[in-house]
Design a protein around this ligand. Structure first.
Ligand SMILES: NC(=O)c1ccc[n+]([C@@H]2O[C@H](COP(=O)([O-])OP(=O)(O)OC[C@H]3O[C@@H](n4cnc5c(N)ncnc54)[C@H](OP(=O)(O)O)[C@@H]3O)[C@@H](O)[C@H]2O)c1
Length: 249
């Protein structure tokens, strides 16, 4: 058993996750395990992170996330041999709403990658982590999961599944030291949003990652980032349907 504090990231190549890892490495010497579906891309992230803290250790593990048996075995090995204090589940896609409306396979994949798989992996970790020690499982959802709107409600449906999972698992683990938390970023400047040509100002992933690290540190259940999205979504969720339906969003 390696007693060093270990942080595990599923979706280790995500821009948001990589920025979180940078902050964690600057804080103190730790062990980080990056899990991703492509070892070459993981290697590139490893090279970017490796010199930040010479007393830290970074390991990479390849996993095809849809191979749940392989994922369960990998997580079992990681939790058995490491003192896992934080898990960040960050992988995801931004599916095209119209393609999903026209193609049920695309829709199934979008729901699976963005909702079903993050919930399955969070729950595997939750069942294996020693909840007598303080630990956190944080999953990246989205503000899109707060209220379905016509332009992206399939993505939103998947992300709202994470919200409900976190709510229920927090109830289940309320007497333990395990914190579960959902992160809800607004639109952020990463490869995921690059091709969209959005006209609104996208959030800086460095700010988003700072909010994530701070929110996890404070044992929050829900992290809106940038924080203004908490107010925006409160207003959007509060709108009566007859007004909401007039909006072109
Ligand atoms: N950017 C935003 O505006 C925004 C807003 C709200 C929520 N989010 C959420 O934030 C999380 C991180 O995204 P990001 O913004 O950091 O984007 P990103 O840099 O594009 O990272 C996407 C991550 O998802 C992985 N991925 C892509 N396609 C996948 C698939 N089919 N199956 C499994 N994994 C896949 C990527 O792995 P590879 O490197 O192997 O492709 C990468 O690790 C996602 O859950 C996303 O939904 C993002």
């Amino acid at each position: 058993m390696d007693n060093r504090e270990t942080k595990v990231i599923l979706g280790g190549t995500s821009t948001i996750a990589k920025n979180v890892a940078k902050i964690w490495l600057k804080q103190r010497p730790i062990k980080i395990i990056l899990i991703g579906r492509n070892s070459q891309k993981l290697q590139a992230v490893f090279s970017e992170l490796n010199n930040i803290n010479p007393l830290s250790e970074i390991n990479c593990a390849e996993l095809k996330f849809d191979d749940i048996d392989a994922g369960r075995k990998l997580i079992h090995e990681i939790v058995k041999s490491n003192n896992v204090s934080k898990v960040l589940i960050a992988f995801g896609t931004l599916p095209n709403q119209l393609e999903c409306e026209e193609n049920s396979i695309r829709l199934k994949d979008a729901l699976f990658i963005n909702g079903v798989l993050p919930v399955i992996y969070a729950d595997i970790f939750a069942s294996k982590i020693n909840s007598s020690l303080p630990s956190t499982i944080a999953i990246i959802g989205s503000v899109a999961g707060d209220r379905g709107r016509r332009s992206n409600f399939f993505y939103g449906s998947a992300k709202s599944m994470i919200h409900t999972y976190v709510e229920g698992a927090r109830h289940k683990f309320k007497d333990s030291n395990l914190n579960l938390c959902i992160i809800k970023p607004g639109p952020t400047q990463t490869p995921m949003t690059e091709s969209l040509g959005l006209r609104i100002k996208l959030a800086d992933p460095k700010i988003v990652s700072r909010d994530i690290v701070d929110g996890i540190e404070k044992n929050k259940s829900e992290i809106y980032t940038p924080s203004k999205w908490k107010i925006i979504m409160f207003i959007i969720k509060s709108l009566p349907e007859f007004i909401f339906h007039k909006l072109n969003i």
